[in-house]
Design a protein around this ligand. Sequence first.
Ligand SMILES: *Cc1c(COP(=O)(O)O)cnc(C)c1O
Length: 389
Amino acid sequence: MKKPAPSTSIIHDPYTPPDGFSAFPPAIHHASTVLFPNVAAMRSGDWKSKQAYTYGLHGTPTTFTLEARLAAIEGGAHGLLAPSGLAAIAMVDMALLKAGDDVLMPQNVYYPNSEMGSWLARDFGVSARYYDPLIGAGIAELIQPNTKLVWAEAPGSVTMEVPDVPAIAAAAHAKGALVALDNTWSAGLALKGFDVGADIVLQALTKYQSGGSDLLMGAVITRDRALNDRIAMAHMRLGMGVSADDAYLVMRGLSSLKVRFDAHDAGARAVATWLQARPEVTRMLHPAFADCPGHDVWQRDFTGAGGLFSFTLDERYTEQQTDRFVDALTLFKIGYSWGGAHSLVMPYNVQRMRPNWPDKGTLVRLHIGLEDPQDLIADLAQALAELGK
Ligand SMILES: *Cc1c(COP(=O)(O)O)cnc(C)c1O
């Protein structure tokens, strides 16, 4: 062939990297198009196989490596990535529910998950019903012949009730329903979802796995190959692609996941212990504290707690006063999400969301970051002084 023109040689290069390059970081494969060595290889390519590559959307060595690491953390066998935690939730629903089916989810479920349920009910002929997160074995009475999926969240990420997942799973399995557990709060470290009976474990990697407050991603982990393949069909049909750079960042975060999680946990318990002794605080909604509904279940099933908890303020404080307290915090920033190094605060008027909620006071949720807990306590002390004003 004649020497290529400049416009060709800036696209094709003659360098073939020799085998043997080795380094700790996983390679970041950016790819939409995946190349086949010949037509036969292209024709025999199976998009479902993780031993072969067909198209960037269905996986690259980067995303398959992350899926395998996440499955290992949870004690699962298969992982699927989605562009956000919520996309992962939607993928599970779309994979497992069809018109005429019924799905159960707890009243304290991650709010957009219940919004997804309402949408399925309104426009897709699925019935979505909500159960008391503390229902335990009592859920058996709610399970109908058409109930295909039961969601659980351990604990609910605002009001913090810890559900009895083994009891819920036993009741669901007795009637042929699958159990999907949103295990984001414990990052797959403090609660082993498959050990408590989940068939499907969901993680919002946006939180602790990233740890950087800089990306969105979700994962769906299973043990059963056939169940994974059902969800993989939805993954393919919905086009659930993730960025190679983001997948790399999650893997970078995973190396320090355990030490970060333990540091969040220790900081949160120090701050919660201090807050609990304050006269302004009526209930400590931290699963490791006796006040928290389901504390006994937490003691039985969990090995840790991480950085996210809530507390309620005495009902004599108005919502405006609570807002003033939140605004007065300086180290705690106001924002959704959690799992990163920065501490976060968010006030919730739970009575408006859940009419049967027992507390009258405002609920404040904290994410304890990686700052020194004594500095966080000093920040809370100065802001609580504003509360009564
Ligand atoms: C944040 C979160 C999600 C959703 O994750 P995104 O990546 O923000 O979509 C789902 N479940 C729980 C419990 C969460 O905290």
